[in-house]
Design a protein around this ligand. Structure first.
Ligand SMILES: [Zn+2]
Ligand SMILES: [Zn+2]
Length: 279
């Protein structure tokens, strides 16, 4: 019998927990027990901002680490007991996008989000599998191309952040912005993504990394990750872009927003603190 206390009702979807979900396995699939999970803004975005009703019902969750419980007969690279990180983007390793150094958006990715491919059902109805992984579940089943094996000694409660937040921030600095040695950077927001961006700027050889956050309690941790200067916008009356202009003698080389791009005012501030040549 269903326990109504296990159901969470929202505007457009119902999330089913644990044993209410049946797992459908197949040849190249693995059954994973995702233990630690982080809540990423992408989960909340899907929950509250996606308006297409066909998107629901869905099981969210994608920033996790887990242990392989069993594998299908076609699985070659994993075995029960392996520690793994589910991947937000599957990597088939064969298509031209996987082989290209310029992207990791495998051609297979969009197909795997299709409802028909989901391995989660509830009372006979398919549930959409978020990014092919759906880790807000006691167990999940996914294709072997959607997981990465990690060191057996890796602490799962920490490496789960490698499932999204850390590569997002680190990659923004190293791969997207392509921060250069000796450059000046500003990182807005010092959550998991922001700290990873600071780490990426440091790894890229930036000489000045300005950490910006309205919570000064985060500055010490940012220093450990490589930040060299700290700005709390609440300490200033003038626009923060002006403050950064003065600190850097004309603006930063790279400005990384790790807060929420919906804050238009912040986006404008970030673009203003980067010096742009005009003709
Ligand atoms: Zn995420
Ligand atoms: Zn591919």
């Amino acid at each position: 019998m269903e326990d109504s206390s296990l159901l969470l009702s929202c505007k457009q979807t119902i999330i089913f927990f644990g044993t209410l979900i049946d797992l459908v396995s197949y040849g190249y699939g693995l059954k994973i027990h995702p233990t630690p999970n982080a809540l990423c803004y992408s989960d909340l975005y899907c929950l509250f901002k996606v308006v297409e009703k066909d998107f629901f019902p869905i099981v969210l969750g994608h920033e996790a680490a887990g242990i392989v419980e069993s594998v299908g007969p076609g699985v070659t690279e994993f075995q029960p007991g392996d520690k793994v990180i589910p991947l937000y983007l599957p990597q088939c390793g064969e298509c031209r996008f996987c082989e290209s150094p310029k992207t990791n958006q495998s051609r297979i990715g969009s197909k795997e989000m299709a409802l028909a491919n989901s391995r989660l059902t509830c009372n006979g109805h398919k549930l959409r599998q978020f990014m092919d992984i759906s880790t807000f579940s006691e167990y999940t089943v996914t294709h072997q191309m959607s997981v990465a094996k990690v060191d057996p000694d890796a602490p799962l409660d920490k490496v789960c952040l490698l499932g999204c937040g850390v590569p997002t921030g680190y990659g923004a600095a190293v791969n997207t912005a392509k921060v250069e040695p000796g450059s000046t950077c500003a990182v807005f927001g010092l959550g998991a993504v922001g700290l990873a961006a600071v780490m990426g700027c440091k790894a890229a050889g930036a000489k000045m990394i300005i950490a910006v956050d309205i919570n000064p309690d985060k500055f010490e941790k940012a220093r450990e990750f490589g930040a060299t200067d700290f700005v709390n916008p609440k300490d200033y009356d003038e626009p923060i872009s002006q403050v950064l202009m003065e600190m850097t003698g004309g603006g930063v080389d790279y400005s990384l927003e790790c807060v929420d791009s919906q804050f238009r005012e912040l986006s404008e501030t970030i673009s203003r603190c980067v010096f742009v040549c005009g003709f």
